[in-house]
Design a protein around this ligand. Sequence first.
Ligand code: LMR
Length: 330
Amino acid sequence: MRILLSGIAALGLAMAVMPAAQAEPIKIKFSHVVADSTPKGKGALEFKRLVEQRLPGKVVVEVYPNSQLFGDAKEMEALLLGDVQIIAPSLSKFSKFTSKLQVFDLPFLFDDIHAIDRFQKGKIGQGLLTSMESKGYTGLGYWHNGMKQMSANKPLRVPEDAKGLKFRIQSSDVLEAQFKALGSNPQKMAFAEVYQALQTGTVDGQENTWSNIYSQKFHEAQKYITETNHGVIDYMVVTNTKFWKGLPNDVRPVVEKAMAEATVFANKLADDINEADKKKIMESGKTEIITLTKEQAAQWRKAMAPVYKQFEPEVGKDLIDAALASNTAG
Ligand code: LMR
């Protein structure tokens, strides 16, 4: 009996000096649809690095690129269900949840990525980050990709060249209207399906940034890319509002700061990555890059202009005017 008692006492003592069992780390799954080498891919990895360096053992960030975990169709729903905690869809993919973000899809609205940056950093742009909170989504920041170019298997120099062609578009009614204005047939399609659709001829062309075209090898399936710079692909990094608010008080500010820093990091890289990928596409010799004359560019702008009037009631004239003003401000 005495042996048994002293055994129990020894066990008690041992347990008292043992460190308390470590709580499981909080897991943040960050899912996106592009390659690690793109601005978004690099931003996601930088966010992981910063969070795990500053909250070792407390938070783990798992990054899933290339639609590995969720593609375009499922990611918003998965975020609400808690199957993923952060996603960063292009601003063209939110129209089911808010009509306001459609402003970013209006053709030839922004002169360049700097104008977009000014608009996003301004009061209105920042306000849009919380425009979906009633639906359960909180925007954590804007990440840049870049300006869109148009590709096809025939040279696109003037708007008439696009007539009758099938173009893959993101799930955006504004982009649908943009191609309809050209007399083309737009087809909404998930990003992961585009390469095959180009290769098999399901669609004739597409619009995207240099970094997406290069990393997905779209240029290998398209004979011509016209440098139109007619629109933008940028992202809103979004989380599940409940999840974010529920993060412990000693964790959330650190994660928020890491997100702010990853945002600066990704946005600084975006222009350079797109320029470098454009060069790689040129050097590949697999496609011809067409530069528009001023007159030709003006024709594209004019052909797509009716889209503004069509979407003004939904998007709001004030919002469109504020976005236009960012071209000159600063
Ligand atoms: C696309 O679907 O073309 C893009 O939105 C993909 C992306 O995330 O850049």
